[in-house]
Design a binder for this molecule. Sequence first.
Ligand code: FAD
Length: 496
Amino acid sequence: MNNAIKKVVVLGGGTAGWMTAALLKKVIAGAVDIELVESEDIGTVGVGEATIPPIRLFNNVMGINEAEFLRETKATIKLAIKFDNWRVPGEGYFHTFGAPGKSLAFCHFHHLWLRARQHGDTTDLWQYDLNYLCAMAGKFAPINAKDSILELPYAYHFDAGLYARYLRKLSEQMGVVRHEGKVQQVFQHTNGDIKCLVLDDGRELSGDLFIDCSGFRGLLIQDKLNAGYDDWSHFLPCDRAVAVPSERFEKTVPYTRAIAHSAGWQWRIPLQHRNGNGLVYSSAHYTDQQASDLLLANLDRKALAEPKFLRFKTGRRRQQWQRNVVAVGLSSGFLEPLESTSIHLIQSAVVRLIQLFPHNGICQSAIKEYNRQSELEYTQIRDFLILHYHVNERSDSQFWRDMQQLAIPDSLRQKMAIFADNGQLFRDQNDLFLESSWLQVMLGQGIEPKDYHPIAGNFSPDKLRDMLASIQAIKQEPLSKLPDHDTYIHTMISRS
Ligand code: FAD
C-alpha cells in the first residue's frame, strides 16, 4: 500500500483545473485529498464559451441546479452550430445536436429522404430536425420526450471564467484546498516522478499524482517530463485567434455561429450579457492586424474590450499521462473550437482518469490504456474538423483552394467515400460525433450520396411521401407550445 494515491495536486485554476478538482472530489470523495494551485498574476486563457451536450452530464453528476448554473455563468442554450460560407460564400447549413426524422431498423432516416429527393421532393433534411426548427424559431424549453423522435438535445454557451469560478466555489465547499501562488520550481524523485511543486514564496506542495492544467505551456507534462507533441498543423493550418466581446443582440439565438472568411472563420456566441466573438485564422494568410480588422468589421455590435490575440499549434501531447502526471485541458493538446470540443475533452479526460484511477499505485497498464483512449478521441475529432475545411467548393481564395488539395487521413477518406457511394455512415467506436453529425456536415459541405439504402426502396412513392409528411408534422408539433429562448432564460434565472 506504499504507493497508494492519497493526495492529488492540480496545477492550474482555469476551466480545466476547476473541472478536474470538482469532479474528482465529487466522485472519489473521501479517498483522496485534492489541492489546487493557481496564479492570478498569470491568469487563464480567458476564452471558451460554447459547449456540447455531454456538459449536462458533468453538471448532473456535480449535482448542479440548472437555474443557478444559468444565473452564475450567464449562460444561454445551444441547440446547434450554424456554418456560413463554408461550402461556398453566401450559403449556410446547420450542424444540430439532434437527428433528422426517425430511423428504421438498419436504415437511417436520411436514406428515405434521399429516395424522396430522387422522386422530386425538395424538402431539405433539416425540416425533419426538431433542433433545427427550434433554433430557427428562437424557441426553447427542455422536452421530456417519451418518444426519441421528439428529443431536443442541448448544451450551453457560457462564460468559461464564470464557470471556473462557480466550480471553484463548489470544490472548496467539498474540501478542495486552493493555493494562490506561482509555481517556480518542480522537484522530481530519483525515479523521475514529480515529487513537489515549489511556489514563489517557498511553500512546497507534494503529492502522489499531479494533474497538469497549466495551459498551453504544459509546465509538468512538457517542461519537466518532455512528453512530446504531435503537430497536426499540416491538417489544420489555422494557428492564431483573436477574440473580443461585444454588446449583445436584443434577442439571443440558441445556436453558435461559425462564419467562414477567406482564411479562417469567425465565431459568434450569444451570452446573457454580451456576445463572445473571435476569429480563428492562419498566420500564413492574415497578419494579426488584418485579422483583428476583419473581426471588428464583422461584429455587428460595439466591441466591449480590446482584441486579445492567442497563438496555438494544433495537435496533441504525445503522452497525455506520463509517470505520475496527467495533462488535462490545453496542456494536453489543442483542436480549434470549430465544434466546441475543448471543454468536452477536459470532461472526458477526467472521466477517463476516474475510470482508471490508480488506487494502490500507478500501473503502466492504466497509463497505456489512458493514452490509447485519448489518442483515439483526439484523432476522431481531428478528422471531423478536417472534413469542414477539406470538402469545400470555394475558389475565391488560396486558403480554401489549398484545403481542397489537402492530403487527408485515410480514416476520413474512407468515411467520405462510403457516404458518397451509397449514403452509409458508421460510427466508429466511442466517436464523440454520432452519424447525424457526420451526415449534416457531409451534406452541408456538399457531398451528395449517389445511392440510398435498399430498405428505403421498400415503400411506394405515395407511402414514402405520407411517411415523410407525418414525421415532419410530428417534429413541427412542439414548436407552438415552446417559449422564446429569451423568455425561457429569463424565467429560469428569476427562480429563487
Ligand atoms: P488556462 O485557462 O490557460 O489555465 C491555466 C491555469 O494554470 C491558470 O489558472 C494559470 O494561472 C495556471 N498556471 C500556469 N502556470 C502557472 C504557474 N507557474 N504557477 C501557478 N499557476 C500556473 N473550448 C470550448 O469548449 N469551447 C469554445 O468555444 C472554446 N473556444 C476557444 C477559443 C480559443 C481561441 C481558444 C484558444 C480556446 C478555446 N476553447 C474553447 C478552449 C478552452 O478555452 C480551454 O480548453 C479551457 O479554457 C481550458 O483551459 P485550461 O484551463 O487548460 O488553461
